[in-house]
Design a protein around this ligand. Sequence first.
Ligand code: HEC
Length: 452
Amino acid sequence: MSKFLFIVILFPLFLFVASCNRNSQSEQPSATDLSDDIKGEITFTQYIAPIIHKNCVPCHNPDGAGPFSLITYQDIAKRAKMIKEVTRTKYMPLWKADINYRSFIGERFLSETEIKLIGKWADTGRKYGDTNIVVKPPETKSFSNFSRKPDKVFSLDKPFIVPDTGEYFVLYMFDTGLNEDAEISAFEFVPGNMKIVHHAWLLFDTSGYYDNLFSNQDGPGIKHIVEHNQFTLMDEKRVQDGGLIYTPGFQASEYPKGITKRLPAKAKLMLSIHYVSTGKPEKDSSYLNVYYAKQPVQRHVEFIVFDETLITNQPFEIPPNTIKTFNSRSPKMPMEISILTISPHMHYRGKNMTIFAVTPKNDTIHLLRINDWDLNLQGIYRFKNPLKLPFESEILMNATFDNTMENPSNPVVPPVKAVFGMRSKDEMCQYVIEFVRYMEGDEKMQLNIKNE
Ligand code: HEC
């Protein structure tokens, strides 16, 4: 066992191989190609539709996180003043990671030109433009981001029905039919119903121990159980690897050349899906696309959950009617690593989280800052280039929770003491990173790649 694994287990963290994620819905900061001088008539067809469709519709669609659709001319024109205001103040497009602290792939912001265009259009008659131009509505249903066909698809055989109330942790187990180890270069979890799929984890089981746990046989090689605790599974250390693979807006996971995740021969693939009901019964038919590596493999992706046990001001409890900040400090990194992604996690009382590393030379490396936490937009943030942490760096985190009546998201009113728990009425305070062992040149490697 490597020294790093050993240390990680000593400080009870869970370590598993994992995936690297890419923001699925938008690629780069607004790419609308415009000069700074806005001349002539500003029309919906020419200017406004492309900006709004690219930057807003990923959330502002009938199934998205936004409170209304911004797809048609009518949707947009009738809210033009409000849209002008939220873009001028940079409140929208929503991107929870502080871009002044750390830049990530897929971050959403509008250029000054785009903000001006929206403002002018709102103030000058909201013209439609050339009626011969067909404005194609953007894709808002679940879809694949990759042009290449997956090598393997794991899909729920029967749709899962989420009743009108409650939260459901459903664990699916799939036979892979693999007689040899497979090297995976990309994953893509495609949510069947974005309204109810809150997040998804991937696990592998080579122990065979869980086979009998599953009560529902869905189809050949597919079973599921409804109640489970994925952290208990990981704790038992029988499931080998895993990783957070989906949160709304982040569905694809792709590794650069030479880096993969290994799917062991004969392993069972497990998908743990967290569903939250909408108030009426809903169906889900999610699936997972898997792409095998075409290049020789040099390194495997590893995954660590920096959990509540690292908090230095224990216990992790938030008394009612209080605002409380927790600090955590990781063990010293026993080697140089390159971080690929970072995913923060708190529930409804979470307000902000800052994560940074301190090197042995006392340099600070910013990882992530969220100033205004929203559980529904938690994110899997992917660095633009692998971020090198020197040997013996420590990762520090601080996060504030608001357990008062003033927090409109507080799930229990009047407030009660909040303690650790997976259900969203309880609290969590953790983050996960995906990394590889550092190699010369990692800093220059692009993580914004396309599956070819
Ligand atoms: C990542 C998801 C996301 C993206 C991208 C996004 N929004 Fe929103 N938007 C939301 C959510 C969630 C709300 C409701 C909560 C809130 O107001 O913070 C919202 C609220 C709004 C509101 C209402 C604000 C209010 O005060 O009531 C407007 C207007 C708006 N968005 C416009 C836009 C525009 C224009 C864009 C693109 C430039 C955009 N949004 C991009 C998620 C998003």
